[in-house]
Design a protein around this ligand. Structure first.
Ligand code: SF4
Length: 657
């Protein structure tokens, strides 16, 4: 077994956080290196602290290592201090598990969870000793794969990646392994391997496709070889219960972003928030059985020694019977339970009191918009009453501070909507005063980036100047309100995120230029520099304004139209029109299917334990939504669920009142 450890170890005393590079975590494996196996290096293109907790990577790490024909190790992008030492000493990128050089693997597979990590992919490839452009790589170089949410618009990264994997990875990594193991055994050349990968459902090989332009507009991305699909469909696992992973969650060696046991309780979300790409591309909802959740929690706590467990999903309070599950988890001992994604309309006194039976964690609610009108536009159908009810539930159970997350720059947003953010936060603090001393609410404001495969993909993003102006409106509205603190994300980073989210293949030149100019770790404010992106875009005649700020007409071809998340384009367009008319769409978990395409096209359906909505909740519950903006004189705490259901394709308007 080759290892660079002897050469790496002396460098570690010269770099920050050497624990990032050591490996040996509880739960990690040091697989034997069998030349007949397909060796995967799973790479998260950011620091160890951000990458280690990534559940997708940990799931694939275990699934692959359980296979007799595969072995999988991990790597993270070295921080610039180590990267420069590695270049100085000629030390290549290595796995953290056995410190094996990256070039000795058959596959380098990147998780693309955030667009601003793209330049780190190039940095990591370069440190591995590979050409960053796939067309220049040698026949025996590892194949470069990428998956994750950002793969749903692969085009800006198309020249750097040999194959993208779309959707759930649990099944498809096995199919890729089988194909590559056979190809390796017969010594197939690189081109043949790629052609074989393109036959696997869910795999997009960009070199087999070409972008065609006419008069400055994209005509489409089309296959250039016979037999590959015109449109590449995502993969969806039908039943999460068949995949109880990770079974051996990694216990980090140093502090990481989510340092706790994470158990995924369901995948997908059908609430239909129009800004939310994750909700759209991960449909339908697939709940894990409660018994399996409890088993994973109990085993995981015993094995890892964690005393905090997060029940993860896109909207955990929507999980059927969540109160019972939380109650049983709390019964496991001195455990803190966190529910990182909470819909305010599903957060009840019951959940609040169950969580606080253990220890209180931070609470974050995401109303997203300041007014009920704008929340109807974005289909986040929570009323002010819902929010105040959740806030009251939390304060009444002893919480003293919470965080509210909002977006600015949403379609149709007015200054009144923006100012209302500060007023809502102040009203929440007022509710808190009835129960606790010095309640506080932190308002976290992000700039909205329209994402592919959402109804807002046609919308032109706000400029940096406009986002800054809106942030000042929020700050002004919150000024002088005791207990309200405002935090915000850098609008310049939001601009680049917009460029990378909806860019086309030409944007690859910009990404490479920025990386060559030293632009790594763009998610980190100390390394982010907008001027590099602007200079690179100008050099390649890529108009940031046109890609980011321009509203698109209905018929415009998108760079991701050859990639399918299942959603019908006409469904998304209708939903965009509905948004502009402030018409909401109910959650299809509890109303008839309106044929968005996510289930019907793949022969899958929702897997939910309950046919009734969770306690509270405005969507499909028959509540009177005409009163969404009202601020009740005394805020009632909701305990009872309303079980009546309405809505469906023919009842869009009626459902939202
Ligand atoms: S296909 Fe129907 S049931 Fe499935 S996510 Fe779309 S609307 Fe919901």
């Amino acid at each position: 077994m080759s290892s660079v450890w002897e050469r790496l170890e002396p460098l570690l005393e010269r770099v920050s956080t050497p624990a990032r590079y050591i490996g040996c975590e509880l739960g990690s494996v040091r697989p034997p290196h069998d030349p007949a196996n397909v060796a995967w290096l799973l790479i998260y293109p950011d620091t160890y602290e951000i990458g280690l907790p990534n559940q997708g990577l940990q799931i694939l790490y275990e699934i692959l290592n359980e296979r007799p024909d595969a072995e999988a190790e991990r790597a993270y992008t070295p921080w610039p201090d180590l990267a420069s030492e590695m270049r100085r000493c000629g030390l290549p990128l290595f796995s953290v598990d056995t410190h094996r050089p990256a070039r000795e693997f058959d596959v380098l597979a990147f998780t693309l969870a955030a667009e601003l990590t793209y330049t780190n992919v190039l940095e990591t490839l370069d440190l591995a000793g590979l050409e960053v452009r796939s067309s220049r790589r040698a026949g025996d170089d590892p194949l470069v794969l990428a998956g994750g949410h950002c793969a749903f618009n692969p085009e800006p990264m198309a020249p750097f990646v040999d194959a993208f994997v779309l959707g759930d990875g649990e099944e498809v990594v096995g199919e890729i392994t089988e194909v590559l193991a056979a190809a390796k055994a017969e010594g197939a050349p690189r081109e043949q391997k790629l052609r074989l990968l393109a036959d696997i459902s869910g795999v997009y090989v960009p070199s087999l496709y070409r972008d065609v332009w006419e008069g400055g507009r994209l005509v489409g991305v089309f296959p250039v070889v016979e037999g590959v699909p015109d449109r590449v469909e995502k993969r969806t696992i039908a039943d999460l219960a068949e995949w109880p992973y990770p079974r051996r969650q990694l216990v980090p060696l140093t502090e990481v972003v989510h340092d706790r046991l994470n158990v995924e309780v369901f995948r997908g979300c059908t609430r239909g928030c129009r800004f939310c790409q994750a909700g759209m591309i991960t449909r339908p909802v697939r709940e894990r059985p409660a018994s399996q959740v409890l088993e994973m929690v109990t085993d995981g706590l015993a094995r890892t020694g964690h005393d905090e467990v997060a029940l993860t999903s896109l909207s955990t309070a929507d999980y059927s019977g969540i109160e019972g599950v939380v109650s049983e988890v709390v019964g496991c001992g001195n455990v803190t339970v966190s529910l990182p994604s909470l819909r305010v309309d599903a957060f009840t006194v019951g959940i609040a009191s169950e969580i606080q039976r253990a220890r209180r964690t931070g609470l974050t609610f995401a109303p997203e918009a300041g007014t009920w009108r704008l929340r109807r536009v974005i289909n986040k159908l929570i009323t002010n009453e819902d929010l105040f009810g959740a806030v009251e539930a939390a304060f009444s159970q002893g919480w003293r501070r919470m965080k509210l997350y909002f977006l600015v720059g949403l379609p149709t947003e007015t200054d009144e909507d923006t100012r209302a953010i500060g007023e809502l936060a102040a009203a929440c603090v007022e509710i808190g005063r009835r129960y606790v001393r010095s309640p506080s609410v932190t308002v976290s404001v992000g700039g909205f980036v329209p994402k592919p495969h959402t109804p807002f993909q046609w919308f032109g993003q706000n400029t940096v100047g406009e986002l800054r102006r809106k942030l000042s409106l929020v700050r002004d509205a919150a000024r002088g309100r005791r207990g309200v603190e405002v935090k915000w994300h850098d609008p310049e980073a939001t601009l680049v995120e917009g460029l990378l989210s909806r860019g086309d293949r030409r944007v690859a030149d910009v990404i490479e230029d920025v990386w060559r100019a030293g632009g790594v770790f763009q998610e980190w404010s100390e390394y982010f520099r907008l001027d590099r992106w602007e200079a690179a875009a100008a050099r390649h005649a890529v108009s940031i304004d046109e890609i980011v700020h321009r509203h698109r007409p209905e018929e415009e071809v998108f760079p991701w139209d050859h990639i399918s998340a299942g959603l019908h384009r006409d469904f998304l367009w209708q939903d965009w029109r509905d948004a502009l008319c402030e018409v909401g769409l109910p959650d299809c978990r509890w109303t008839p299917c309106y044929d968005c395409g996510a289930c019907t096209g793949y022969g899958v359906e929702h897997v939910v334990a309950s046919t009734t909505p969770p306690a509270g909740g405005s969507q499909g519950t028959g509540q009177d939504l005409t009163r969404g903006e009202e601020l009740p004189a005394s805020v009632p705490v909701r305990i009872l669920a309303k079980a009546s259901i309405r809505g469906g394709a023919g009842d869009r308007e009626g459902a939202e009142g």
